[in-house]
Ligand binder design. Structure first.
Ligand code: HEM
Ligand code: HEM
Length: 145
């Protein structure tokens, strides 16, 4: 269960970061070229939202099955003194949930916008903040090891 979820989470991560990056670039291009917000723009933003939500769901389950969770009972607050444990048990989950809230707000706000420019603006801004937050807290060392 744990190893399946971990490999799923580390594989879906490429898709989530990849499609989110594409959605951000697409929104900025649409914004600067003053294009119409077409169905392809909606699709790329929606696929990015969905893949990120799937990753969120996997991450939430992973949190409760990872053997690293036991560190909370053995070490208590000393978890914070270990940089690997602090990243995986605190900083990564907390920041990524925040990033997902941001991305989801961007999606909801774009729906309420009437203008093409307004739609691109909401996606560009909120998805970009989400992407930066995600990239800031990936446990790169163990991911790419
Ligand atoms: C822990 C799991 C999840 C949580 C907490 C969550 C939460 C949310 C929230 C709060 C919204 C915003 C609704 C709105 O105001 O428009 C949303 C929208 C959405 N979620 Fe998730 N979600 C989760 C998992 C998933 C999964 C697994 C998928 C599968 C693809 C998914 C697909 C979507 C889609 C497509 C929307 C947009 C719906 C629309 O535009 O109305 N979510 N989700
Ligand atoms: C789009 C959002 C996310 C991305 C891109 C992402 C990406 C990653 C990556 C690349 C790893 C390293 C995997 C490896 O070592 O092979 C990881 C580990 C982990 N993630 Fe996420 N993650 C996201 C969201 C979340 C969320 C929301 C949670 C929990 C609430 C979470 C919980 C975890 C945990 C607990 C681990 C470490 C598991 C272990 O080492 O035993 N992730 N994540």
């Amino acid at each position: 269960m744990y190893s399946t979820l971990l490999s799923l989470h580390s594989t879906v991560a490429y898709a989530a970061l990849g499609v989110l990056t594409l959605a951000v670039i697409n929104a900025f291009l649409g914004l600067t070229s003053k294009s119409l917000f077409k169905s392809k723009d909606r699709s790329i933003s929606l696929v990015a939202l969905m893949v990120c939500h799937i990753q969120l769901a996997i991450g939430l389950i992973l949190y409760f099955v990872t053997p690293k969770l036991e560190a909370w009972s053995t070490l208590g607050m000393k978890v914070m003194a270990d940089s690997t444990l602090r990243t995986v048990l605190v900083e990564h989950p907390f920041t990524n949930i925040l990033a997902l809230v941001c991305i989801t707000i961007g999606w909801s706000k774009h729906k309420k916008e009437e203008s093409n420019n307004g739609k691109f603006k909401k996606i560009a801004l909120f998805y970009a903040i989400g992407l930066v937050l995600l990239l800031a807290m990936i446990p790169y060392k163990q991911w790419l090891a």
